[in-house]
Design a protein around this ligand. Sequence first.
Ligand code: 5GP
Length: 124
Amino acid sequence: MAYDNENIFAKILRGEIPNNTVYEDENILAFHDIAPKTPVHVLVIPKGAYIDMDDFAANGTAAEIGNFFAKVGEIARGLGVHEQGYRMVTNNGENAGQIVPHFHVHIMGGQKIKEGSMARGMNN
Ligand code: 5GP
């Protein structure tokens, strides 16, 4: 499957769709989810064109991957969710219900997440 340049996060990266930015550098953008499932619900994406976690892990450089996850940790600390805890989720592909085909992780915190609930399942 080829990367779709018209996916919503590609449009956000090109500035065609606005976002509520939490953090940005030359490699990474973090922004608030448009439909938050928890009081803090932030999406973190690499600026590189990766479809999903599988694509990122297989085709990202070690530096890119290491830097990305180090930044996810920094962003979570910046959001203040690290002490009480947070869930970091990535939906990879169809069976996981991935909606946007640009690799992203969800940082979800600010409340106790019920045992067994998933990124999208906790309020329904
Ligand atoms: P996933 O692909 O992992 O299932 O989730 C995609 C996430 O992107 C969802 O939580 C959804 O609310 C969020 N989302 C979809 N479109 C937009 C958008 O245009 N802006 C923002 N900020 N979030 C979006």
